[in-house]
Ligand binder design. Structure first.
Ligand SMILES: Nc1nc2c(ncn2[C@@H]2O[C@H](COP(=O)(O)OP(=O)(O)O)[C@@H](O)[C@H]2O)c(=O)[nH]1
Ligand SMILES: Nc1ncnc2c1ncn2[C@@H]1O[C@H](COP(=O)(O)OP(=O)(O)O)[C@@H](O)[C@H]1O
Length: 225
C-alpha cells in the first residue's frame, strides 16, 4: 500500500464486546477517524431531532433501527470524510447495510471482537458513558477518576436506557439473528479478522500488532500502544 492511501476499517462484535473501547485506542494509536452509529443516534436523541425521537423507541426496546434510515445517516457522514482513513463502529449491522456501504466504497479490513455473551452481560449493566464524546467507563474495568464524572470535561456520566438486563438480552438476540450473517458476508470477501477473548487488555495487543502490520508505510503510527 502506498503513501496517502486511505484505509477503511469496520469494527464488529456483540453489544459490550469492547468496540467503543478498542476504537478509541485505535484512533489514538493510528489516527483513524472513529465514527460510531450508536453515538450518532444518541446525539440525535439528546438534541431531540425528529430522527432521534423516532429512533428512541426502537433503541430502548433493544431493536435495530430501520436499515434505510441508518444507512442514509452513516453514508452521508462518511461522504464528509472522503479524504481520511476511518474506522466504522456499529455499522453495518445487517447484510443490507453492508451492501449499502459497498455501493459507496469497499472495506479494507473488518476487526471482529469475539467475546462470549456471558462476559458481556455483566459489563453492560455497569457501563457509564459521557454522551457528548462517547467515552465509556465501567465501575470495575475503567472507573472515572471522580465517580460519576467524565475525566476530560468533568461533565456528568449517564447510564444508557438500553443497558438494562432485559434490553441487553434483546440486543444480543438481534446480534445473533441480524448481525452475525454480516460476519459471513465479510469472511467471504476475505477481509474478516477475528480476535477472541474475554478481556480487552489481552485482545488489544493483537489488534495493535495486526493494524501496525497492515498500516506500515501507509499511516503514521504515533507509537502509543
Ligand atoms: N470488566 C471489563 N469491562 C470491560 C472490558 N473492556 C471493556 N469493558 C467495559 O465494558 C463496557 C462495554 O464496552 P464498550 O467498549 O462500550 O463496548 P461496545 O458496546 O462493543 O462498544 C464498557 O463499560 C467498558 O468500559 C474488559 O476487558 N473487562
Ligand atoms: N447499524 C445499526 N443498525 C441498526 N440499529 C443500530 C445501528 N447502530 C446502532 N443502532 C441502534 O443503536 C443501539 C445502540 O447501538 P450501539 O451504541 O452501537 O450499541 P453497543 O455499542 O452496545 O453495541 C442499537 O441497539 C440499535 O438499536
Amino acid at each position: 500500500m502506498g503513501l496517502q492511501t486511505i484505509f477503511r476499517a469496520v469494527i464488529m462484535g456483540p453489544p459490550g464486546s469492547g468496540k467503543g473501547t478498542v476504537s478509541s485506542r485505535i484512533s489514538q494509536s493510528f489516527g483513524l477517524k472513529h465514527l460510531s452509529s450508536g453515538d450518532i443516534l444518541r446525539a440525535n436523541i439528546q438534541a431531540k431531532t425528529e430522527l432521534g425521537l423516532l429512533m428512541k423507541a426502537c433503541i430502548d426496546q433493544g431493536q435495530l433501527v430501520p436499515d434505510d434510515v441508518i444507512s442514509r445517516l452513516i453514508l452521508s457522514n462518511l461522504k464528509t470524510m472522503d479524504h481520511s482513513s476511518w474506522l466504522l463502529d456499529g455499522f453495518p449491522r445487517t447484510v443490507a447495510q453492508a451492501e449499502a456501504l459497498d455501493t459507496m466504497c469497499s472495506v479494507d479490513t473488518v476487526i471482529n471482537l469475539n467475546v462470549p455473551f456471558d462476559t458481556i452481560k455483566e459489563r453492560l449493566t455497569s457501563r457509564w458513558v459521557h454522551l457528548a464524546s462517547g467515552r465509556v467507563y465501567n465501575i470495575d474495568f475503567n472507573p472515572p477518576k471522580i465517580p460519576g464524572l467524565d475525566d476530560v470535561t468533568g461533565e456528568p456520566l449517564i447510564q444508557r436506557d438500553d443497558d438494562t438486563p432485559d434490553t441487553v438480552s434483546r440486543r444480543l438476540k438481534a446480534y445473533e439473528n441480524q448481525t452475525q450473517p454480516v460476519l459471513e458476508y465479510y469472511r467471504s470477501k476475505g477481509v474478516l479478522e477475528t480476535f477472541t477473548g474475554t478481556e480487552t487488555n489481552k485482545i488489544w495487543p493483537h489488534v495493535h500488532a495486526f493494524l501496525s502490520k497492515r498500516l506500515s508505510g501507509n499511516q503514521q503510527d504515533t507509537g502509543k500502544a
